[in-house]
Design a protein around this ligand. Structure first.
Ligand code: NI
Length: 262
Protein backbone atom coordinates (compact mmCIF):
# COMPACT_ATOMS: atom_id res chain seq x y z
CA UNK A 1 0.00 0.00 0.00
CA UNK A 2 1.13 3.54 -0.68
CA UNK A 3 1.11 6.06 2.13
CA UNK A 4 -0.22 9.59 1.70
CA UNK A 5 2.33 11.00 4.10
CA UNK A 6 5.33 10.16 1.93
CA UNK A 7 6.68 8.09 4.81
CA UNK A 8 7.52 4.42 4.29
CA UNK A 9 7.31 2.85 7.72
CA UNK A 10 7.03 -0.89 8.22
CA UNK A 11 5.47 -2.38 11.31
CA UNK A 12 7.70 -5.45 11.30
CA UNK A 13 5.88 -7.27 14.09
CA UNK A 14 2.12 -7.22 14.59
CA UNK A 15 -0.48 -9.77 15.63
CA UNK A 16 -3.34 -8.73 13.37
CA UNK A 17 -5.05 -12.11 13.74
CA UNK A 18 -5.80 -11.48 17.43
CA UNK A 19 -9.44 -11.07 18.37
CA UNK A 20 -8.75 -7.53 19.62
CA UNK A 21 -8.84 -6.55 15.93
CA UNK A 22 -11.90 -8.54 14.88
CA UNK A 23 -14.26 -5.57 15.05
CA UNK A 24 -12.21 -3.05 13.08
CA UNK A 25 -9.26 -4.71 11.29
CA UNK A 26 -9.87 -2.78 8.05
CA UNK A 27 -10.00 0.57 9.84
CA UNK A 28 -6.87 -0.31 11.80
CA UNK A 29 -5.01 -0.87 8.53
CA UNK A 30 -6.40 2.35 7.09
CA UNK A 31 -5.20 4.30 10.10
CA UNK A 32 -1.78 2.69 9.72
CA UNK A 33 -1.68 3.88 6.15
CA UNK A 34 -2.62 7.43 7.14
CA UNK A 35 0.18 7.33 9.66
CA UNK A 36 2.79 6.50 7.01
CA UNK A 37 2.91 2.72 7.40
CA UNK A 38 3.28 1.08 4.00
CA UNK A 39 3.64 -2.50 5.20
CA UNK A 40 2.67 -4.60 8.20
CA UNK A 41 4.20 -7.99 8.96
CA UNK A 42 1.72 -10.07 10.91
CA UNK A 43 3.43 -12.77 12.89
CA UNK A 44 2.16 -16.24 13.79
CA UNK A 45 2.11 -17.64 17.29
CA UNK A 46 1.07 -21.22 16.73
CA UNK A 47 -0.17 -23.18 13.71
CA UNK A 48 -3.68 -21.75 13.77
CA UNK A 49 -2.47 -18.20 14.14
CA UNK A 50 0.11 -18.79 11.38
CA UNK A 51 -2.68 -19.93 9.04
CA UNK A 52 -4.62 -16.81 9.94
CA UNK A 53 -1.58 -14.61 9.39
CA UNK A 54 -1.24 -15.98 5.87
CA UNK A 55 -4.97 -15.52 5.23
CA UNK A 56 -4.73 -11.88 6.33
CA UNK A 57 -1.71 -11.30 4.11
CA UNK A 58 -3.66 -12.70 1.17
CA UNK A 59 -6.65 -10.56 1.97
CA UNK A 60 -5.01 -7.18 2.64
CA UNK A 61 -2.65 -5.24 0.43
CA UNK A 62 0.47 -4.23 2.32
CA UNK A 63 0.30 -7.12 4.78
CA UNK A 64 2.90 -9.90 4.84
CA UNK A 65 3.04 -12.92 7.13
CA UNK A 66 5.49 -14.87 9.24
CA UNK A 67 4.67 -18.40 10.36
CA UNK A 68 6.00 -20.08 13.46
CA UNK A 69 5.43 -21.43 16.95
CA UNK A 70 6.04 -19.12 19.93
CA UNK A 71 7.85 -20.58 22.96
CA UNK A 72 4.62 -20.31 25.00
CA UNK A 73 3.05 -22.82 22.60
CA UNK A 74 6.10 -25.05 22.21
CA UNK A 75 4.74 -27.61 24.65
CA UNK A 76 1.57 -28.09 22.59
CA UNK A 77 2.94 -28.87 19.13
CA UNK A 78 2.26 -32.22 17.52
CA UNK A 79 4.94 -34.05 15.52
CA UNK A 80 3.64 -32.79 12.17
CA UNK A 81 4.02 -29.10 12.95
CA UNK A 82 7.24 -28.58 11.03
CA UNK A 83 5.87 -29.94 7.79
CA UNK A 84 2.78 -27.80 8.14
CA UNK A 85 4.95 -24.70 8.72
CA UNK A 86 7.00 -25.65 5.70
CA UNK A 87 3.89 -25.93 3.58
CA UNK A 88 2.55 -22.57 4.76
CA UNK A 89 5.88 -20.91 4.14
CA UNK A 90 5.78 -21.78 0.44
CA UNK A 91 3.24 -18.99 -0.06
CA UNK A 92 4.80 -15.82 -1.52
CA UNK A 93 3.16 -13.75 1.22
CA UNK A 94 5.25 -15.50 3.90
CA UNK A 95 8.44 -13.51 4.51
CA UNK A 96 9.89 -15.29 7.52
CA UNK A 97 9.68 -17.90 10.27
CA UNK A 98 8.39 -16.52 13.56
CA UNK A 99 7.83 -15.85 16.12
CA UNK A 100 10.15 -18.41 17.62
CA UNK A 101 12.51 -18.33 20.57
CA UNK A 102 12.68 -18.75 24.33
CA UNK A 103 10.64 -17.24 27.15
CA UNK A 104 12.00 -17.94 30.63
CA UNK A 105 9.91 -15.18 32.16
CA UNK A 106 6.55 -16.88 31.84
CA UNK A 107 7.84 -20.43 31.37
CA UNK A 108 4.58 -21.57 29.80
CA UNK A 109 6.34 -24.52 28.16
CA UNK A 110 9.13 -26.60 29.71
CA UNK A 111 12.47 -24.96 28.88
CA UNK A 112 13.92 -28.08 27.26
CA UNK A 113 10.90 -28.24 24.95
CA UNK A 114 11.20 -24.54 24.13
CA UNK A 115 14.83 -25.05 23.15
CA UNK A 116 14.03 -28.09 21.02
CA UNK A 117 11.16 -26.39 19.14
CA UNK A 118 13.27 -23.24 18.68
CA UNK A 119 16.15 -25.22 17.16
CA UNK A 120 13.85 -27.21 14.88
CA UNK A 121 12.37 -24.00 13.49
CA UNK A 122 15.80 -22.42 13.03
CA UNK A 123 16.79 -25.46 10.97
CA UNK A 124 13.59 -25.17 8.97
CA UNK A 125 14.28 -21.48 8.25
CA UNK A 126 17.79 -22.32 7.09
CA UNK A 127 16.47 -24.99 4.78
CA UNK A 128 13.87 -22.61 3.33
CA UNK A 129 16.32 -19.70 3.20
CA UNK A 130 13.93 -17.47 5.19
CA UNK A 131 14.86 -15.05 7.97
CA UNK A 132 13.67 -15.70 11.51
CA UNK A 133 11.82 -13.50 14.00
CA UNK A 134 13.15 -14.27 17.47
CA UNK A 135 11.39 -13.75 20.79
CA UNK A 136 13.71 -13.60 23.79
CA UNK A 137 12.41 -12.86 27.25
CA UNK A 138 14.81 -13.34 30.16
CA UNK A 139 16.62 -15.97 28.12
CA UNK A 140 19.49 -13.97 26.59
CA UNK A 141 22.20 -16.49 27.30
CA UNK A 142 20.40 -19.54 25.88
CA UNK A 143 18.99 -17.58 22.92
CA UNK A 144 22.43 -16.30 22.02
CA UNK A 145 24.18 -19.65 22.33
CA UNK A 146 21.49 -21.28 20.18
CA UNK A 147 21.66 -18.58 17.52
CA UNK A 148 25.45 -18.50 17.60
CA UNK A 149 25.71 -22.22 16.98
CA UNK A 150 23.08 -22.13 14.25
CA UNK A 151 24.37 -19.04 12.44
CA UNK A 152 27.99 -20.13 12.58
CA UNK A 153 27.08 -23.44 10.96
CA UNK A 154 25.24 -21.60 8.19
CA UNK A 155 28.02 -19.19 7.37
CA UNK A 156 30.47 -21.97 6.66
CA UNK A 157 27.89 -23.90 4.67
CA UNK A 158 26.80 -21.16 2.29
CA UNK A 159 28.19 -17.74 2.89
CA UNK A 160 27.16 -15.76 -0.15
CA UNK A 161 23.68 -16.86 -1.05
CA UNK A 162 22.06 -15.90 2.24
CA UNK A 163 20.41 -12.61 3.04
CA UNK A 164 19.90 -11.31 6.59
CA UNK A 165 19.42 -14.17 9.05
CA UNK A 166 16.72 -12.56 11.12
CA UNK A 167 15.63 -10.06 13.70
CA UNK A 168 15.59 -9.97 17.47
CA UNK A 169 12.15 -8.61 18.16
CA UNK A 170 11.47 -6.11 20.95
CA UNK A 171 15.15 -6.08 21.81
CA UNK A 172 15.94 -6.06 25.53
CA UNK A 173 19.62 -6.95 25.58
CA UNK A 174 22.75 -4.84 25.99
CA UNK A 175 25.26 -3.38 23.56
CA UNK A 176 27.46 -6.45 23.57
CA UNK A 177 24.54 -8.67 22.65
CA UNK A 178 23.45 -6.27 19.89
CA UNK A 179 26.94 -6.19 18.43
CA UNK A 180 27.19 -9.96 18.38
CA UNK A 181 23.79 -10.16 16.71
CA UNK A 182 24.92 -7.73 14.01
CA UNK A 183 28.04 -9.77 13.44
CA UNK A 184 25.96 -12.92 13.06
CA UNK A 185 23.73 -11.28 10.43
CA UNK A 186 20.84 -10.17 12.63
CA UNK A 187 18.92 -6.95 13.05
CA UNK A 188 17.34 -5.70 16.24
CA UNK A 189 13.83 -4.36 16.39
CA UNK A 190 12.41 -1.77 18.76
CA UNK A 191 8.85 -1.49 20.00
CA UNK A 192 6.80 0.72 22.33
CA UNK A 193 9.03 0.26 25.40
CA UNK A 194 11.67 2.57 23.87
CA UNK A 195 9.19 5.44 24.39
CA UNK A 196 8.66 4.77 28.11
CA UNK A 197 9.81 7.38 30.61
CA UNK A 198 11.88 4.85 32.52
CA UNK A 199 13.60 3.41 29.44
CA UNK A 200 16.71 5.58 29.70
CA UNK A 201 19.05 2.59 29.51
CA UNK A 202 17.42 1.34 26.29
CA UNK A 203 17.27 4.87 24.87
CA UNK A 204 20.97 5.44 25.55
CA UNK A 205 21.73 2.13 23.86
CA UNK A 206 19.65 3.06 20.80
CA UNK A 207 21.74 6.22 20.55
CA UNK A 208 24.85 4.05 20.10
CA UNK A 209 23.47 1.41 17.71
CA UNK A 210 23.74 1.85 13.93
CA UNK A 211 20.41 2.88 12.41
CA UNK A 212 21.12 0.54 9.47
CA UNK A 213 20.66 -2.46 11.79
CA UNK A 214 17.47 -1.29 13.49
CA UNK A 215 13.88 -2.10 12.66
CA UNK A 216 10.63 -0.83 14.17
CA UNK A 217 7.54 -2.70 15.29
CA UNK A 218 4.48 -2.48 17.51
CA UNK A 219 3.96 -6.09 18.69
CA UNK A 220 0.32 -4.96 18.71
CA UNK A 221 -2.14 -5.44 20.35
CA UNK A 222 0.52 -5.46 23.09
CA UNK A 223 3.16 -2.91 24.20
CA UNK A 224 1.46 0.39 23.27
CA UNK A 225 3.92 3.30 23.13
CA UNK A 226 3.48 6.56 25.07
CA UNK A 227 0.82 8.12 25.11
CA UNK A 228 -1.33 5.04 24.47
CA UNK A 229 -0.24 2.94 27.44
CA UNK A 230 -3.08 0.90 28.85
CA UNK A 231 -4.89 0.85 25.50
CA UNK A 232 -4.86 -1.58 22.58
CA UNK A 233 -1.82 -1.03 20.42
CA UNK A 234 -2.10 -0.93 16.61
CA UNK A 235 0.26 -0.61 13.59
CA UNK A 236 -0.30 3.17 13.19
CA UNK A 237 1.55 3.65 16.47
CA UNK A 238 4.81 2.31 15.03
CA UNK A 239 5.33 5.90 13.94
CA UNK A 240 5.77 6.89 17.60
CA UNK A 241 8.56 4.33 17.95
CA UNK A 242 10.28 5.73 14.87
CA UNK A 243 9.80 9.30 16.15
CA UNK A 244 11.47 8.37 19.41
CA UNK A 245 14.45 6.89 17.57
CA UNK A 246 14.66 10.04 15.44
CA UNK A 247 14.61 12.18 18.58
CA UNK A 248 17.32 10.08 20.28
CA UNK A 249 19.57 10.12 17.23
CA UNK A 250 18.87 13.69 16.16
CA UNK A 251 17.58 12.59 12.76
CA UNK A 252 14.41 13.29 10.82
CA UNK A 253 11.48 10.90 11.00
CA UNK A 254 11.68 10.41 7.22
CA UNK A 255 15.28 9.28 7.51
CA UNK A 256 14.52 6.82 10.30
CA UNK A 257 11.57 5.52 8.30
CA UNK A 258 13.53 5.00 5.11
CA UNK A 259 16.60 3.41 6.72
CA UNK A 260 14.69 1.06 9.04
CA UNK A 261 12.42 0.08 6.16
CA UNK A 262 15.39 -0.64 3.89
NI1 NI B 1 4.89 -10.83 19.23
Amino acid sequence: MKSETGLTLVDTHAHLDFSQFDADRGEVLERANHSGVTQVVTVGYDLESSRQALALAREHEGVKACVGVHPHEAGKVDPGFLSELEELSQAPEVVGIGEIGLDYYRDRSPRATQREVFKQQLELAARLNKPVVVHDREAHSDVMSTIREWATGLVTADEDSRGPLGVMHCFSGDQRMAEELFKLGFYVSLAGPVTYAKADRLQALVGRLPLERLMVETDCPFLPPVPYRGQRNEPAHVRLVAEKIAEIKGLSLAEVASVTTA
